[in-house]
Design a protein around this ligand. Sequence first.
Ligand code: ADP
Length: 479
Amino acid sequence: MMFRSVTSRLVFLYCLLLVILGAAFLGFTVLSFNYFARETTASALANRAGEVWNIAQGLTDQPARLADAISRRFSPEPLDRFIRVRTGGHTVYQSGLPENREFDPIRIPLMAPASSAQPTGSIVIYTAAFRDSHGRSVIVDTGQSDQFARTVQTRLATSLFIGLPILLLAAALAGYFLMRQALTPVEVMINAAENYTFNDPHNRLPLVGAEPRIEALGLALNRMLDRLDSAYSHVSRFSADAAHELRTPLTIIRGELELVATNARKPSDVDQAIANALEEMTRLSGIVDSLITLSRMESLWGKRTHAPVDLMELAVETIDQMSLMGDEKNIALTGPSGAPVFVAGDRERLKQVLVNLIDNAIKYTKPGGRISVQAGARDDVGFVSVEDNGIGIDPNHHDKVFERFYRVMPDRGEHGAGLGLAIVKSICHAHGGTISLRSVPEFGSSFTMEIPLLAAKSEAAAANVATAAAASGNRSQNG
Ligand code: ADP
């Protein structure tokens, strides 16, 4: 619980690291100081023993001259040094009590010669053996107090021991505040996110002074908010439009029924009211059907299991069925002919595209006009186009006619709700295809649906299978 936050966990971890590193540094410093102090003392003592021997060589039988020579050359007592010369079991020279009184020369034991300096009490002794011209063994001891080295060592250890925890505390505090400072933008972002509502959808997470990665996270979240906002406003606009569209026929139906209920007494009035109500009911259920189709297309986006559909055959069939509607308005419908054009799709939905397009063409073409439907294949796509010589669409409206509830001239009493082309577009997209429009006002319009050919799809799939097979073949050969 204590280390739940990233800050405390990070600070704890790096303090632990600092403690380990600090202890290692302390140990290493003290040990290496110890080692170098000993080495330096030992080599100084060895040198001095050699020099003492140089002086003592001819004087071992004359202790007074030897003592005089040594004290003139080495001044042992003022410089706190210890020097002793022995031969044949007798001590021929021994320095006196040093001025700092750190050791007592009389108490220093007689030691056997050794290759390194040896600590004895508060003094380090180096013992060397030499042989004089008569073949007698002469032993020279040189010594020096190690008090200084030991004092330095203890002081060093103490100051490191006190200094390191202070350093550690300072590092922990600095680290904590740095982390707090680095995470402040996150706190600000959390507050902004908590206060976000769709009532004020333009609010975004503030990113000033944030760490680059945190800023990147904020930017990504802000882009996500942009997308959510546009999806949300799309949905709310859609429901407002849908409610608006549904209200008109409902109001008319209600008015007609109220008329019948209150003051219609003549059977002809009742008949007329019922006929009007029925017409509006039909329109209402048309709109509801369209809305259901649209929302289904969206929820099934890309999940449909597609079967081969021949666009050529589909176009011919649809024209056969709709030519009667054209005849009623004296509009000639011409259909395509040619080789089958197979695409992968949902036959009913693709047929709905053609029905909507031809229905519009008939609606927006004056009597005596003509409509021509073409189908075929080019490159990797199959296409069907519906061309009329009707009223045409102004270029300003070309993109918008595919939007839901969009009508070019809504007040001209058109019967559609502006959903036909939106359905066409969503069906084409669900098939991985496109719908495009070319139109010149007063001359006519041409809508073209393009869907990837089944052959192109299966060729691509086959190519994939072939590459995969080749790759696995290579693998098995290598293996
Ligand atoms: P509706 O179902 O109301 O016809 P659509 O989505 O099918 O709605 O069409 C949207 C608008 O595009 C229509 O209001 C109409 O003005 C215009 N439009 C569609 N097809 C044609 C066409 N073939 N010629 C001229 N205008 C057209």
